[in-house]
Design a protein around this ligand. Structure first.
Ligand SMILES: [Zn+2]
Length: 259
C-alpha cells in the first residue's frame, strides 16, 4: 500500500514539474534542429526526452559565469543532451548535484602537479567542461554549440561531462559507472580495458578513430569519450569497437546504431 501511495505521490510531483517547466513547441523544434544526432530517434524517445528535459530544468540550477547569461535556449540544449544518456536509466542518476555553471567560452584553469622528486609543476589547462563529484558541472557554451560536422571524431561536451557524472556515482572516476555488484564491475573491466588498450595502440600508430585521441589519457576519459561517440556516431563506434558498443548499449539500455 505504502509503495503504491509513494509512487502516486512521486508521479504527481513529477507531473507538476513538467507543467511548471513546459517547453514551448517552437523552442523544442529549434533545439532538436541543432542536434542532428537525434534525427533517427523514434517519436516515443523524443516525447520522453522532452518530458525528462522539463524535469531536469526544474531540478537543476543554471548559472552564468564571467558575464554569460543563460537563456531558455542554452539551458534547454544542455538539458536535452544531458538527459539523453539517462533516458532509460532515469533522471535520479543525476541526484548527486544541482548546479550547472555556464561560461561563454572555454575556461583556463591553473593546475599543479607534484612529480616523484617533490617538484611542483604549474600549467594551464583549457577546459570545455568539467564535472566534479557533488557538482557543479561546468560547461562552455561555445563548445556545447560546436558541431564538428565533417570531422571523423565524435564531439559532444555535454554527454562527455555527464558520462563523468555517471562514472563518479560509485565515488571514483575510473571508467566504471555504478554497477550492481563487484562481479559486474569485473565483467565491465574485462571489456573496457582491452578496448582501451587497443585504442591507445591505434593512437600511437596514428590511425584515425571515431574516438578523440584524448580518450587515451585514462580509462575514465575513455569511457566519457566513448559515450560521446555512442550517442553522436553510434554506427561508426559499433563498426570500430563492437564489444565496447555492446557494453555501452547494455549499460545505457539503448541501441542508437539500430533505432
Ligand atoms: Zn573528461
Amino acid at each position: 500500500m505504502i509503495a503504491r501511495w509513494w509512487a502516486r505521490l512521486r508521479q504527481g510531483r513529477e507531473q507538476r514539474s513538467v507543467e511548471r517547466r513546459a517547453i514551448a513547441d517552437e523552442l523544442w523544434r529549434q533545439t532538436l534542429a541543432q542536434l542532428p544526432f537525434l534525427a533517427d530517434r523514434s517519436e516515443g524517445d523524443l516525447i520522453r526526452l522532452r518530458r525528462m528535459a522539463s524535469l531536469f530544468l526544474d531540478r537543476k540550477e543554471f548559472s552564468g559565469a564571467g558575464g554569460f547569461v543563460v537563456d531558455d535556449a542554452s539551458a534547454l540544449s544542455v538539458a536535452v543532451q544531458a538527459c539523453l544518456p539517462v533516458l532509460e536509466l532515469g533522471i535520479d542518476q543525476y541526484d548527486g548535484f544541482v548546479g550547472i555553471v555556464m561560461h561563454a567560452d572555454a575556461v583556463v584553469a591553473e593546475r599543479e602537479v607534484v612529480d616523484e622528486d617533490g617538484v611542483v609543476h604549474r600549467y594551464d589547462e583549457v577546459l570545455a567542461g568539467e564535472a566534479m563529484e557533488g557538482g557543479p558541472v561546468m560547461l562552455s557554451w561555445a563548445d556545447v554549440q560546436s558541431d564538428d560536422a565533417g570531422s571523423p571524431t565524435a564531439y559532444n561536451v555535454v554527454i562527455h561531462e555527464f558520462a563523468h557524472v555517471l562514472d563518479m556515482r560509485d565515488g571514483q572516476p575510473d571508467g566504471v559507472p555504478l554497477l550492481a555488484s563487484s562481479h559486474e564491475r569485473q565483467a565491465w573491466l574485462a571489456v573496457l580495458m582491452p578496448a582501451y588498450d587497443r585504442f591507445c595502440e591505434r593512437v600511437v600508430c596514428g590511425y584515425d578513430s571515431v574516438l578523440d585521441p584524448y580518450a587515451a589519457e585514462s580509462p575514465d576519459e575513455f569511457f566519457a569519450v566513448a559515450s560521446e561517440a555512442f550517442f553522436v556516431t553510434p554506427r561508426e563506434l559499433n563498426e570500430e569497437q563492437p564489444a565496447l558498443y555492446r557494453l555501452l548499449a547494455t549499460y545505457y539500455r539503448q541501441d542508437p546504431a539500430s533505432p
